[in-house]
Design a protein around this ligand. Structure first.
Ligand SMILES: NC(=O)c1ccc[n+]([C@@H]2O[C@H](COP(=O)([O-])OP(=O)(O)OC[C@H]3O[C@@H](n4cnc5c(N)ncnc54)[C@H](O)[C@@H]3O)[C@@H](O)[C@H]2O)c1
Length: 413
């Protein structure tokens, strides 16, 4: 970074993306200010209690106590920073279209405090053109008069919460900047915290690449979910088929079926792509079809599970195992288990759930595994979930995770 600017980083949004980035930057010698507009979360973080699984309380406390990290709700802290990264959510609105309200708020919030020669980077996932059309005009319009030069880049976050192998440091980072000076500064910043920064020719390429990465996962999951239904109808075990296809050493990558897709990325980002396509007069039909197939999975899983119960049982008791959208996290955003539960209820089932990482969800509490049920659905295999007692009791289980092979009473999706 430029010699006259201190290595102070301000990160807007201290969630699954922002807090791990903060700790990676601290490890790389940066002083980090985490700005978040959720006051209770800021207070929790400053007490050394981490709100995300990937960061331990000990790591957070160490960074706070040695003065290299603090959280604040006060945007004016941005004035001290030489680099500002925006890591706020980019969800869908009620029409399932991009909702950039939080991103606009973040840009508006930082703009009056961005000092001269500061690099502003958007890490939030969005459609191509977001940096250039929304963030840059907002910051340039509201920045202080003496902030003559502000640099801009897009570097979409690729964090995979709960992943024991890939993290902020060893996952290469895409960097697309608006000009050569911004590119030099952005590459220098990411090279200081990541093992590799990959330069692309524009912010739009970086933004589009992020959508491609996540859409790739969505359509492959949809393909295998559809394939699962075809195999099941013919009495073929889809997992054996996937294992068989995986013996091909090139041109095939295994994906596994499940209740659907969840989290803040895979179900959401492809709809930024379909919306962007429509804005440009096109249609992303393949992606729309994949979205529909995945959304049909919860109903399919509910039907499969209820078929396992004796038809004489009027209101079958169904225990859902795991409600988080994936193993190892307590994150229930966009979890397909929500639709699964709705379908089961509408089919007359009495539904309870158990998740060791999610104490409360949608107005109810995680229940003990001793709950007597007619069938259990293993939706997400959480670490620490001891299913031996269920299996020993002879409870029928529909396993949507392919983690209980060859056990009596267990049917795999
Ligand atoms: N979670 C993931 O696995 C993941 C992976 C890659 C990319 N992303 C992308 O990163 C972005 C952030 O996602 P996340 O999962 O970290 O979200 P998150 O909900 O975990 O955290 C976001 C934080 O931003 C805060 N916030 C919201 N608006 C704000 C504002 N205007 N000013 C200050 N703080 C604000 C919220 O209070 C929250 O603490 C999204 O665009 C997402 O698509 C997420």
């Amino acid at each position: 970074m430029s010699a006259q600017k201190p290595r102070i980083l301000a990160i807007i949004g201290q969630g699954y993306v922002g807090l791990p980035l903060a700790m990676a930057a601290v490890d790389a010698g940066w002083t980090v200010i985490g700005v978040d507009n959720f006051e209770a979360k800021v207070a929790q973080i400053n007490k050394g209690s981490s709100p995300v699984e990937d960061i331990s309380d000990a790591q957070l406390k160490a960074a706070i106590s040695n003065g290299s990290y603090r959280a604040t709700i006060d945007y004016s802290a941005v004035a001290q920073a030489s680099v500002v990264t925006i890591c706020v959510p980019t969800p869908l609105d009620e029409k399932r279209e991009p909702d950039l309200a939080l991103l606009r708020n973040a840009a508006t919030g930082i703009a009056p405090f961005v000092s001269n020669e500061t690099l502003v980077v958007s890490e939030s996932t969005s459609y191509p053109g977001t940096l250039r059309e929304i963030i840059i005009p907002t910051v340039n319009q509201l920045k202080p008069k003496d902030s003559l030069k502000v640099y801009f880049a897009s570097a979409p976050e690729r964090v995979n919460p709960g992943d024991p192998v890939w993290n902020q440091k060893n996952t290469p980072r895409l960097v697309g900047a608006i000009d050569e000076e911004s590119k030099t500064k952005a590459l220098a910043f990411y090279e200081s915290i990541c093992d590799a920064a990959v330069s692309v020719s524009s912010p739009e390429v970086a933004e589009a690449a992020k959508l491609l990465e996540n859409t790739f996962r969505l359509v492959n999951i949809a393909l295998v979910n559809e394939f699962t239904q075809l195999c099941s109808a013919s009495g073929i075990n889809v997992h054996e088929v996937i294992d068989a296809a995986s013996s091909k050493p090139y041109g095939f990558m295994p994906f596994r079926p499940g209740v659907g897709v969840g989290g803040h990325c895979i179900p959401v980002d492809p709809l930024y792509l379909t919306w962007w396509a429509r804005q440009n007069g096109g249609k992303a039909e393949f992606v729309e079809s994949a979205d529909s197939i995945n959304h049909a999975m919860p109903k399919y899983v509910a039907e499969r599970a209820l078929c396992m119960v004796d038809s004489s049982v009027k209101n079958p008791k169904v225990l859902i195992l795991g409600v988080a959208y994936k193993p190892g996290v307590g994150d229930v955003r966009e979890t397909p288990v929500s639709e699964l539960r709705d379908h089961l209820l509408s089919m007359g089932a009495d539904v309870a759930w158990h998740d060791p990482l999610v104490p409360a969800w949608e107005g109810s509490q995680s229940i003990d595994l001793t709950w007597e049920c007619d069938v259990a659905i293993l939706a997400t295999k959480q670490p620490g979930m001891n299913l031996n007692q269920l299996i020993a009791r002879g409870v029928l289980i529909l396993d949507c995770t392919n983690s209980l092979q060859g056990l009596s009473g267990v049917t795999s999706l």
